[in-house]
Design a protein around this ligand. Structure first.
Ligand SMILES: *Cc1c(COP(=O)(O)O)cnc(C)c1O
Length: 415
């Protein structure tokens, strides 16, 4: 029996039940993935015991010889993976990385541009209930009503009018690629810095299945646990000249002691992401999303912006006469785990929503491909067209569980 099972059967039982849930359901939340056994092992390592405030070679505590080694390795791997001049691997979450980036390159009260939250922007891109909206004057840019793609003309006009310190791009529910080159041009013409929050698509960038923002952006932030498939955490990249400012903003600016166990796991994940196997994974994730999108459209569903260039798809449930909340709950009843999301110019509240956000990172990690995506689309269409049909949900749930059990889960049923 495991130490946890012996020591604390109550917690162990809950984790064991979660193993079953992660194995028997189809995980299509676009921001989730399965970390490898190696990443999990590093995350659960004794590095959690060590305080290492500061940076390699410049710590505030003794005993950091191995903390220095592991953080230096993670930094080198991150720089190599993303072809960046400077990397900070200490941010404990995406929100924290963004807080540090703003602290490094703007002052409270400054104007920043960010994608309208109801159109896919993140909470930390200026939500009034988040520190970003409380401390900075965020002005939102939007997507075109017709194409549902970011309208670069509005971005240019807003930038010229408001002269922001930073233009922030990247999103949580945007199925298309951002035009980093145009964003950089607009930012630099107006004396602003460009910040790209690549949290969602970092793994695709690492695997060469998505353009990299690094050559264009002044600062790049990212989570490490989404398409990148690492431990929960984040990183920030910048140019050499801005490195000291960024580091200072992470520590002592926004954080205390770094999470050395997570940093070790990030090093492992960066190593994994630099392999040809991961390149194939990134390409497959995008290919699976394109197939899934096409199959959903053939089934009569409307997708925001008409499709996807990434791992992410946003379904407009209003054409089915149901809300995103209803769609999420119906699919959950069928063992398919997704999340409701607003769509551009949504008429429903952010709690109810008209959209459903789905993605292929986790299922692709289980080795699923084109055939499985078509099967999945058929189930989704079937359930969403009869969201109140208990019989439908129940029969799909049984099929899903049986189907899902035959695909290995990284970190659970295989390495
Ligand atoms: C997920 C995400 C974040 C926040 O990451 P947390 O680790 O949950 O704080 C920030 N920005 C974007 C674009 C994201 O997708």
């Amino acid at each position: 029996m495991s130490a946890l099972g012996k020591h604390d059967p109550e917690v162990a039982a809950i984790i064991a039940a979660e193993h079953v849930r992660q194995t028997e359901t189809l995980e299509i939340i676009a921001s989730e993935n399965y970390a490898s056994a190696a990443v999990l092992e590093a995350t659960g390592s004794i590095l959690t015991n060590k305080y290492a405030e500061g940076y390699p070679g410049k710590r505030y505590y003794a005993g950091n010889v191995h903390a220095d080694e592991i953080e230096s390795l993670a930094i080198e791997r991150a720089k190599e993976l993303f072809k960046a001049e400077h990397a900070n691997v200490q941010p404990t979450s995406g929100a924290e990385a963004n807080m540090a980036a703003y602290l490094a390159f703007a002052d409270p009260g400054d104007t920043l541009l960010g994608l309208e939250l109801s159109q896919g922007g993140h909470l930390t891109h200026g939500s009034p209930v988040n520190f970003s909206g409380r401390l900075y004057n965020f002005v939102p840019y939007s997507v075109d009503r017709e194409t549902e793609v970011v309208d670069m003309k509005t971005v240019a006009t807003l930038a010229a009018e408001t002269k922001p310190r930073i233009i922030v791009t990247g999103a949580t529910a945007y199925p298309r690629q951002f035009d980093f080159e145009s964003f950089a041009e607009i930012a630099h013409e107006n004396g602003a810095l460009l910040m790209v929050d690549m949290s969602h698509f970092a793994g695709l960038v690492a695997g060469g299945a998505h353009p990299s923002p690094v050559p264009y952006a002044d600062v790049v932030t990212s989570t490490t646990h989404k398409t990148l498939r690492g431990p929960r955490g984040a990183l920030a990249l910048t140019r050499e000249t801005n490195g000291a400012a960024l580091d200072k903003a992470v520590f002592p600016g926004t954080q205390g002691g770094p999470h050395m166990h997570s940093i070790a796991a990030k090093a492992v994940a960066f190593g994994e992401a630099a392999t040809p196997i991961f390149q194939a994974y990134a390409a497959k994730t995008v290919e699976n999303a394109a197939t899934l999108a096409e199959a959903l459209q053939s089934g009569g569903l409307r997708l925001v912006s008409g499709g996807t260039d990434t791992h992410l798809i946003l379904i407009d449930c209003s054409t089915l006469g149901i809300s995103g909340m209803k769609a999420q709950n119906a699919l959950q009843g069928a063992g398919i785990i997704a999340n409701k999301n607003t769509i551009p110019y949504d008429e429903r509240s952010p709690f109810v929503t008209s959209g459903l956000r789905i993605g292929t990172p986790a299922l692709t990690s289980r080795g699923m491909g084109i055939t499985e995506m078509r099967q999945l689309a058929a189930w989704i269409v079937h359930v969403l067209k009869d969201p109140d049909g208990e019989g439908v949900r129940e029969s799909v749930r049984k099929e899903v569980a049986e189907f899902a059990r035959t695909y290995p889960v990284p970190g659970i049923t295989n390495a």
